[in-house]
Design a protein around this ligand. Structure first.
Ligand SMILES: Nc1nc2c(ncn2[C@@H]2O[C@H](COP(=O)(O)OP(=O)(O)OP(=O)(O)O)[C@@H](O)[C@H]2O)c(=O)[nH]1
Ligand SMILES: Nc1ncnc2c1ncn2[C@@H]1O[C@H](COP(=O)(O)OP(=O)(O)O)[C@@H](O)[C@H]1O
Ligand SMILES: [Mg+2]
Length: 158
């Protein structure tokens, strides 16, 4: 039986989460839980500590937005976790699992999503997920330059 083609996405567990190791292990077990909703495979995992210029480069698309400085300040406030996740429709499914950008909106419209459960404020919303295949390639190679996303995708096509 042909296995469904998998997709890669980049996931970040942001610094507020990484301040509590128990939280991280609970979230990792939820990510890899073998039920039809999750069942992501963790292809890469790395603890990251950013300088200001790293945050500004990753979030360059948001430069000039009123929250850009506070976002970079948050993302350089401590270590965080970068993960490459693989499953069918990984980008859509990971963004569905983390929920809307704003945790207060998640708590109203998407309870039980990760941002509704763990997010603090609009900026300190605890999780990131790539929003497209192109973004996922850029974001994965930003954290894991040794991972050739195109080669991985070709391998998956076979
Ligand atoms: N559109 C818009 N929204 C704003 C502006 N300033 C603040 N907000 C929103 O209001 C929320 C709360 O603002 P603040 O009180 O400054 O932020 P905070 O409570 O410290 O939480 P953070 O989101 O972590 O900054 C922010 O997260 C933004 O989403 C603004 O100038 N324009
Ligand atoms: N209105 C806002 N107020 C405060 N922070 C924001 C706001 N919009 C976005 N952010 C911060 O910038 C990050 C990137 O924004 P965006 O790409 O729009 O959301 P997402 O992370 O859900 O893809 C968000 O995760 C959040 O930390
Ligand atoms: Mg985004």
């Amino acid at each position: 039986m042909l296995l469904p083609r998998r997709q890669l996405t980049l996931a970040l567990l942001k610094p507020d989460l990484c301040a509590n190791p128990n939280t991280i292990s609970k979230i990792i077990s939820r990510i890899t839980a073998t039920n039809q909703h999750n069942n992501f495979e963790i292809i890469r995992q790395r603890e990251i500590l950013w300088r200001q210029q790293d945050a500004e480069a990753f979030y360059a698309e948001h430069r000039g937005r009123f929250f850009f400085e506070r976002l970079c300040g948050y993302m350089t406030s401590g270590p965080f976790m970068a993960l490459v996740l693989a499953r069918q429709d990984a980008i859509k499914e990971w963004r569905a699992l983390i929920g809307p950008t704003h945790p207060w909106r998640a708590r109203i419209n998407a309870p039980n999503t990760l941002r509704s459960l763990y997010g603090l404020t609009d900026t300190r919303n605890s999780f990131h997920g790539s929003d497209s295949d192109e973004t996922a390639k850029r974001e994965i190679e930003f954290f894991f330059p040794e991972l050739d996303v195109d080669a991985w995708r070709r391998q998956e096509e076979k």
